[in-house]
Design a binder for this molecule. Sequence first.
Ligand code: F0G
Length: 905
Amino acid sequence: MTTPVPAHEPHKAKTVRPIRFVSLDERKRNLTAAHFNVFNLTPQQISFDMVSYGAGAMSQEQLAGQLIGDEAYAGARNFENMSGAITRVLGHTYVCPTHNTLGSVKLLLHAFASSGQRLPSNARGRIDLHAPRGIELVDVRDHAEAVFTGNFDLAALEAAIGASRPPFVGAQAFADGQHPISLGNLRAARALADRHGLRLVLDVSRVVENAWYIQRFEPGMADRSIAELVKLTAKSAHVIMMDGAQDARANTGGFLATDNPADHERFINDIVVFEGLHTYGGMAGRTMEVIARGLDEMCDESTVQWAMAQTERFTARLREAGVPIERGCDGAYVQADRFLPQATQHPAHALACALYLSAGVRALVPGLVGRDHLLPLQIPRLAMSNRQLDQVADAVIALHAQRERIPALTLEMDGQWHDALRFGSVLADLAPFAFDCEPWLVHTLEPIAITTREQRERAIREAGWNTFLLRSADVTIDLLTDSGTTAMSSVQWAAYDAAVPTPATSSAYLEFAAAIRDTYGYQYVLPTHQGRAAEQILSEVMIRPGQIVPGNMYFTTTKVHQEYAGGVFADVIVDEAHDPTSTFRWKGNIDLAKLDALVREHGAAQIAYISFELSVNMAGGQPVSMDNLREVYAWSRQHGIAVMFDATRAVENAYLIQKHDLRYRSTHVKDILREIMLYGDGATVSGKKDYLINIGGLLTFKDNAAWAHAAEAKLRIYEGGVRDGGLPAADLAAMAQGVREMVDDRYIRARVEQAVRLAGWLKDAGVPVVEPTGSHAVFVDARRFLPHVDQDEYPAQRLAGEIYVETGVRPMERGNVSKGRDRDGNNYRPALELVRLTLSRRVYSDDHLRAVADGIIRLWQRRNQISGLRFVYEPRDLRFFQGRFEPLPAASVAQPAGVAATGQR
Ligand code: F0G
């Protein structure tokens, strides 16, 4: 039985690399400066760099390994770790480390070969390594074979050995990245080599992809795991070599390994001359550690299935559109000579230039000049989503449609190697391709739990049907919250790492303050450890006991702090916000008539301030319009009342203004945000959302020094120093960088539009969701989902638990449980009884979310079987965090859809 193709990545993004999408004008300049050879471009000039070598995403374990490298010159523990992994995974005992494959080849040839010899091999690409050393490669590949095109023609191999005794037999798993070899054929080649007293030397740099082909296509192998097949493959050879920058997903490094101590001794005697020492071989200690972990991980069945399915999908999309390609184990290799109808010299270079110019995508022409009809479009391992790959394929397809317009190149500087060539050309007049996808790549990844239904049923029982009490180790896709769950960028991490700690003024604080002043235009910047700390201080500074605090709906922690300070919360949001079926666009707006009524009843002096949340969380992530912001601020000036924003998701609100207010269509989100902030006097922010960080918050005032000083006094008591709010400089530095990244138009569009797509899939299947879709989450309407469950039996709480049991997805209740009880002890029974599917920033792909939608749709189809819950433990404050429940008996199993059940209370 072959492992089924996973529906989504078996991991999520831990950290990301931002992509710069360069403009057409920039691309023209870059290409000209690069002499029409894309080798000369740097990644900063490229949208997608379609190369797999050393460009994959590392796992979090590898990243951690990088930091515990033992940089001893001799006998490093990392070498022992790497050797152990090689023996475990590849089965060979004696390891000789090298700086990469070239280092391995150097040692190998020095030990066994001499110039003038002929080497039979199944890999033509190895010509690049051998020809310059005076060794002639003899092609002994079986050109009649259709699936395992890397197989040896055993008769040809026999003949080659007979004609001139070779130094050894060369073999490559997935030769040239294009030709898999079967285990049967590899073993036959080994037997043949044995008969002649020759070694079989196997390059296992792409052994995993080769194992996948064996599992899928070699008779009798379907039941073998990738791990088994990898080991069997490696054990078929006398000597193996591997480049760490391929399947082990390191960025460099390599090794030779063998079971023959005599061979090993020859390698390590040469190593001191060419590479380093036999216990580090020209690698940093950390690299050995990264390779060790990569080797242990590389056979993970679901990861391999996912990566290969991505390659198949990418290749199929191109092939179906008529783009001439050949198979690659890591992508699609475009036949440049067939792609370009006009006969041209160096067609692969001409095509690479056109692809860069039209789409900013780079594909490299590798190696020696001579065999250059192919342009490999390789997928960096585990770094790209299918959405991105689909679009890269579409860019190539769009280029194919205008291939007549691709100009020829004229050679201006010749050379033996492709990287040295220089060309001249005209700049092609090609229709540019516009990407609309996540502007980041996965930099490091974190595996996610894959659980069974039985495990999940037990887990939710143990958690008292409260998704807050589930262990994240039991969760596959975590949609509990977007708070602090972001994947930080590599740029943020760099800032984090470089920050110098101090209890006084750090440069990280100054950076953060400058970023806030630049983004909001507010003068006083008081960091806090997170949002609720800022809310506490703001409430204590600005509320006198008995004062009213009008707000556009409540947020749980905000309201609690207003009440602790003696304030009385008054909801002034527009009525539409309480109606999950209303499609009013600006459901976050404040109803000015409600404000007027409050002033008439209590007088302006009794109003502490207006608590104005942007992108209103509890209403479903609903935005405030720019007109409303302006009007509320004008009103507040008239009455001498301050406006204090909850700017936790202000950037998302700004994006929705850009999207839905025609006047702002072509205004950058950063400028919209700056205008929003004009209409307020201060803000609290949970930095764990917009700011793309895992911890942090902010209290800020536009210009009122008295408030700022009062708040500073409290900051020292509750939080930490006035310039750190209890945050280390490192977190402040990451936050400062996050504030810069959050206003990137592409980033915020990708984020919010992902929620729109998820909602669309659910709506298409009839699942009731809050309209319009908000920015940070999709809210399922539990009242309409479970109309037969009374609100005091907590339908949203139950539905959240059911979604977890069905799919391994963890949502959050936002309804009766969250709202709590009134003074008389009755549940508030709020109008909104919702389940929130909250999207972390830069963490999940569309494939993850498609699986979420599919699971909820299955649940929708059997919704009548779902009953309510009752409390078995109910805390007084913020009961949704710790409360525990048990299910009520299912009363209405056979009931038709839409009929409300009563009598359960
Ligand atoms: N304001 C809003 C609008 C929030 O959504 C949150 C937190 C806070 C303030 C409090 O900030 O958590 O940093 O102390 N919301 C999280 C959520 C918990 O899941 O919606 P914090």
